[in-house]
Ligand binder design. Structure first.
Ligand code: C5P
Length: 206
């Protein structure tokens, strides 16, 4: 069983994907970490995320085992990730790895922006997780403050709107709901409620 979980940032898709993986005993890949790691590698090399050649080279050289979680989770890495992820060469470089993960025997859960549309169009269950921008900005703000970042709510909301626009408007694999995806709006849900709703959707379709 392949479960595809897509949606904008801080929609709850990561939490839901992890919970589904635990519930159904499936391996899980958070594909955003790949783009974040490419972004960090590009900036470390002294290049700008806008530099398509440098970004593609970093994507081709990506070593998943060497990804440093403590560095890729910053607000800056998220913004840079949304820039490198728009380069077609970067997406092509990361495609096989994601497809191989999805197609391992026994199945998998993947979360991102284009899992149900590009990476695993044949997924058995597709969830498109959404929430109002203000709700998402509130969640992301709390998360960043928790990590010790000094950042205001308005700045988080501004970055979120920019990233949403960039993810939805790029020509290559833009963020969009697959025709056969089930939309789950988590705006009014606690984490537990969102997880229960997602499990119910999967149970009904498996
Ligand atoms: O989900 P997360 O915020 O970690 O993703 C960081 C960025 O990586 C997103 O803003 C998006 O631009 C990009 N991304 C993508 N396709 C995916 C996952 C993430 O383009 N499947």
């Amino acid at each position: 069983m392949i479960i595809a979980v897509d949606g904008p940032l801080a929609s709850g898709k990561g939490t839901i994907a992890r919970a589904l993986a635990a519930h159904f005993a499936l391996p899980h890949l958070d594909t955003g970490t790949l783009y974040r790691a490419v972004a960090v590698a590009v900036t470390d090399s002294g290049a700008q995320p806008e530099d398509a050649k440098a970004a593609e080279a970093a994507a081709l050289a990506l070593d998943i085992a060497a990804i440093d979680e403590s560095r890729i989770r910053s607000a800056g890495a998220g913004v840079a990730a949304s820039i490198v992820s728009a380069h077609p060469g970067v997406r092509a470089a990361l495609l096989k790895l994601q497809r191989d993960f999805a197609r391992q025997p026994g199945g998998a859960v993947l979360d991102g922006r284009d899992i149900g549309t590009v990476i695993a169009p044949d997924a058995h269950v597709k969830l498109f997780v959404t929430a109002d921008p203000e709700v998402r900005a509130g969640r992301r703000h709390a998360e960043l403050i928790n990590r010790g970042e000094q950042i205001g709510f308005d700045q988080v909301l501004g970055q979120l709107r920019q990233r949403d626009a960039r993810d939805a408007s790029r020509t290559e694999a833009p963020l969009m709901k697959a025709d056969d995806a089930v939309e789950l709006d988590t705006s009014a849900f606690t984490q537990d409620e969102a997880i229960r709703a997602a499990i119910a959707i999967v149970e009904a379709r498996r």
